[in-house]
Design a protein around this ligand. Structure first.
Ligand code: ADP
Ligand code: MG
Length: 616
């Protein structure tokens, strides 16, 4: 029998390795930025076109490469950073595998320009799918520029697998933030499709955070400093009252490398115990410095997990350092004492009591009535909401008939209407009653037996269909605010809001301006309480950020889902009888009453037969 084993050609081996190293444009961003940092640059520019699908370019003013090194840098396992296995335990560089450039060059069109300080001219190399197609002398500043074009040009399957530009850009910005946060001593700029998105001058750590996350961040930061023999901690945690619903602003850096650690995250969460509203997460930006010998980062090229020798000690130190800071800055004054249990009211409850009194405005009286009418798309407010829950429906009452006529002829549905699940039998109709169970379920009788409805999910369904319809017909009623609402957002949140602006306007939002870190709103969808607006938008931004990568991106669907989620009555909210019935009616007027917008069951039924069986 002939021998059948062969060594794979280099370009095939490189493509296989590339599968590990480069998952998406953001992976290229990370590798190139890290190379620039390892090269000792203090000014780094990142240029992105079409979310990195067309171009990722990094320009640095680092030490550059010699003619031979420029060529060698694209060979697999070619690195200047380690010489032996022992060096792995003394890493002071980001890179060490010598795989990144070789991998990237296997699956993209790469142009490298580089020059060392001592040389007059530099080199320019063009590599396409692992082949060097040209090498020339070029006049170029000291440092290196790597352009990566047409990523995955030779692997169409991978290219098709990439997500929408919004999602890919989000990943790129995340990587950019991580690297920029870890290196405030380096100036970074990010240009996206020709315009400058970030320009971060050399600064201290606090300024770097503020430059990235917006001026408002400054007042939220509490410094954390701790110097021990095994570990040095420095950085900031966010004050509890600014905790966010999302985990977005949580950053650990170990020896200047971004890492994820559920375990250490838990240490912070436990330091904040009792200080956070439920469902919110503290922000943190913490740098841990440890002896490189005590960690193992050599797990996987793209993984952000690392192994620590002594995690338990780290946990304890981190927790106490954060607790200490919160205490010192008078955020948790009683932390170090035995607590009087009577004082231990949940934070959210205490906060409720001290919240600014709500000003109820009689919306039917408006001194600016004239003006209001002249505004386009601002509907007149028909009826004063009587109950807060009820009010969610005001103005949204017109229900598209669930037959075909949907958007052309909008019919008004009478309150009495019940869906087919309720029998027409008059007797049942009359005696039909609802009960609320544990402020969570609505129990109702139906002819065949009983029905149990999850109030939160049911209401989500109702609101979702309403919003979706408004988004499609683009004529949602808007309620004008007496005073414009100003909301602060970080620059990257603004990017998202700008993308969704048109859709948001279709639901009834009116934006008077969207600036770098500030959004001014003069109108909100009818029935949306003013106090909820910031929560809705924050939730929306986080939903877009965390969009399940598998799902197809549809802005209006996401928007409708997100708003429904924010506005739906919650579990734990008690409902009046008529509110309960109203919800049931609304639910069964929906097109898909049996599932929530996220496909969860909204109600179950139990027939008398089934009940009978239980009584055997
Ligand atoms: P690694 O970073 O793991 O060494 P890479 O494939 O990323 O592997 O880079 C290979 C080598 O190319 C590096 O070790 C370094 O010597 C050189 N190199 C890459 N990028 C730069 C840069 N921006 N400036 C100077 N040298 C660079
Ligand atoms: Mg590298």
């Amino acid at each position: 029998m002939a021998d059948i084993i062969q060594l794979l050609p280099d370009h095939v081996a490189n493509q296989i390795a590339a599968g590990e190293v480069v998952q998406r444009p953001a992976s290229v961003v990370k590798e190139l930025l890290e190379n620039a940092i390892d090269a000792g640059a203090d000014t780094i520019k990142l240029i992105i076109k079409d979310a990195g699908k067309t171009l990722v370019q990094v320009i640095d003013n680092g030490k550059g490469m010699s003619t031979t090194d420029a060529r060698l840098s694209f060979e697999r396992h070619a690195t200047s950073k380690i010489r032996s296995a022992e060096d792995l335990f003394q890493l002071h560089t980001k890179g060490f595998r010598g795989e990144a450039l070789a991998s990237i060059a296997a699956i993209a069109h790469v142009e490298l320009k580089t020059k060392q300080e001592s040389d007059d001219v530099g080199n320019v190399l063009v590599i396409e799918g692992s082949n060097i197609t040209s090498q020339d002398i070029v006049v170029t500043p000291t440092g290196t520029s790597v352009s990566v074009k047409n990523l995955f040009f030779n692997i169409p399957a991978r290219r098709n697998f990439l997500k929408s530009d919004t999602v890919e850009l989000r990943h790129i910005i995340d990587e950019f933030h991580r690297v920029a946060l870890a290196h405030p001593g380096i100036s970074f700029a990010l240009y996206n499709n020709g315009s400058e998105s970030f320009n971060l001058p050399i600064s201290n750590y606090r300024q770097r955070i503020v430059n990235i996350f917006g001026a408002k961040t400054n007042e939220k930061l509490v410094p954390v400093e701790e110097d021990t023999e095994v570990l040095n901690i420095s950085g900031f945690v966010g004050k509890p009252e600014f905790a966010k619903k999302t985990r977005g602003e949580q950053y650990f850096f170990v020896n200047d490398r971004f890492i994820k650690s559920a375990y250490l995250n838990h240490a912070i969460a436990s330091a904040f115990e009792g200080l956070l509203k439920t469902g919110t997460h503290a922000s943190y930006f913490l740098n841990l410095t440890v002896d490189p010998q005590t960690i193992d980062i050599n797990i996987h090229p793209t993984k952000t997990e690392i192994k620590f020798d002594d995690e338990h000690t780290l946990y304890a130190l981190l927790r106490s350092a954060v607790k200490h800071s919160l205490g010192q800055f008078n955020i948790a004054p009683v932390l170090d004492f035995e607590r009087d249990p009577n004082l231990d009211t949940p934070y959210s409850y205490k906060k409720n009591e001290t919240s600014v009194p709500k000003v109820e405005v009689d919306r039917s009286f408006n001194p600016f009535q004239e003006e209001k009418i002249s505004k386009p798309r601002v509907a007149n407010y028909k009826k004063e909401p009587t109950e807060s829950w009820e009010s969610l429906y005001v103005g949204l009452e017109s229900k598209g008939n669930h037959s075909k006529q949907e958007f052309s002829a909008i019919t008004f549905e009478s309150e009495e209407r019940t869906a087919s699940i309720f029998d027409d039998d008059k007797q049942v109709e009359k005696t039909h009653t609802t009960y609320q169970l544990h402020n969570k379920y609505i129990v109702s009788t139906i002819k065949s037996g009983m029905m149990v409805i999850d109030q939160h999910r049911a209401h989500q369904r109702v609101l979702y269909e309403d919003f979706l319809k408004n988004l499609t017909i683009k004529e949602a009623a808007s309620q004008q605010l007496l005073f414009p609402l100003q909301l602060h957002f970080s620059p990257q949140d603004i990017v998202i809001i700008n993308q969704l602006k048109v859709d948001l306007e279709h639901t009834g939002f009116v934006f008077s301006s969207v600036m770098e870190e500030l959004v001014e709103i003069t109108g909100v969808p009818v029935g949306v309480p003013e106090s909820e607006v910031s929560i809705i938008l924050e939730q929306l931004v986080s939903d877009v950020e965390n969009e399940v990568p598998e799902s197809h991106f549809s802005a209006s669907d996401l928007l409708a889902k997100s708003m429904a989620k924010s506005l739906a009555i919650k579990t734990g909210q008690s409902l009046q009888k008529d509110e309960q019935e109203h919800l049931v009616n609304k639910l069964f007027a929906c097109k898909e009453p049996n599932v929530s917008p996220t496909n969860r069951t909204t109600f179950i039924t139990m027939s008398v037969d089934e009940l009978d069986k239980k009584f055997i």
